[in-house]
Design a protein around this ligand. Structure first.
Ligand SMILES: [Mg+2]
Length: 217
């Protein structure tokens, strides 16, 4: 069996630990660039709130700037901030039991990581979370977050049938829909934005913690 994991909000607690830090940095950047805001913390809470309802942090930052009458030119600098390296001592927490589960899975099966984003930043998060790269037979980082070609490549590379592949991620459209289209099994990790998403009927399993994978695989 091949188990393909997503990183953000599946193996690591991105929305709990990294996003609030990054949104604060973005807001500091807006202020430094001249955006007139009243109380900083109030606006930070507002931005965090918008982000919780948004489909992604990019959309949240855009919406925030729109509401504050900020120039859209501020957006590109903020987006660069989102993937800038974290401070040296920053600890990225995993989701509960992530390392144990990776260990168990990698002893019996092949494990791969397919995570969308800026490759150096994705690798930094993995490292700061203390997740050993050697758990993964393959790590792929599509910058455009389009995962289907990478799932297909893994199926080919490991000469494995889709029915023997499990894809686990928090985002249905980005992580699971392309896996489902290929005939793979899908596990919806209900963490971060995934907590709020209604699970689709075709999703094979829905979990709130990775430890539940042990009864699935
Ligand atoms: Mg994710």
């Amino acid at each position: 069996m091949l188990i393909i994991f997503d990183l953000d909000d599946t193996l690591i607690d991105t929305s709990g630990a990294i996003t609030p830090y990054k949104l604060r940095k973005c807001l500091e950047g807006f202020v430094a660039a001249g955006l007139q805001l009243g109380d900083f913390e109030t606006h930070l809470q507002q931005l965090i709130q918008i982000n919780e309802e948004a489909s992604g942090s990019k959309e949240a930052l855009r919406e925030f700037l729109l509401r504050q009458g900020g120039s859209s030119t501020l957006l590109s600098a903020a987006l660069q901030e989102m993937t800038r390296p974290l401070p040296a001592g920053f600890v990225v927490p995993t989701t509960p039991h992530a390392k144990e589960i990776l260990k168990i899975c990698s002893q019996k099966h092949r494990v791969a990581l397919v995570t969308g984003g800026h490759p150096p930043f994705q690798m930094e998060k993995l490292e700061k979370a203390g997740i050993d790269r050697s758990f993964f037979s393959k790590i792929a980082i599509p910058e455009d977050s389009i995962k289907k070609p990478f799932y297909e490549a893994l199926l080919r590379e490991f000469s494995i049938r889709p029915q023997e592949v499990v894809v686990c991620g928090d985002r249905i459209a980005m992580d699971l829909a392309p896996a489902h289209a290929l005939g793979c099994q899908t596990v919806h990790m209900r963490w971060g934005r995934g907590k709020k998403l209604a699970t689709e009927q075709w999703v094979t399993h829905s979990i709130v913690e990775l430890s539940e994978l042990t009864r699935i695989i």
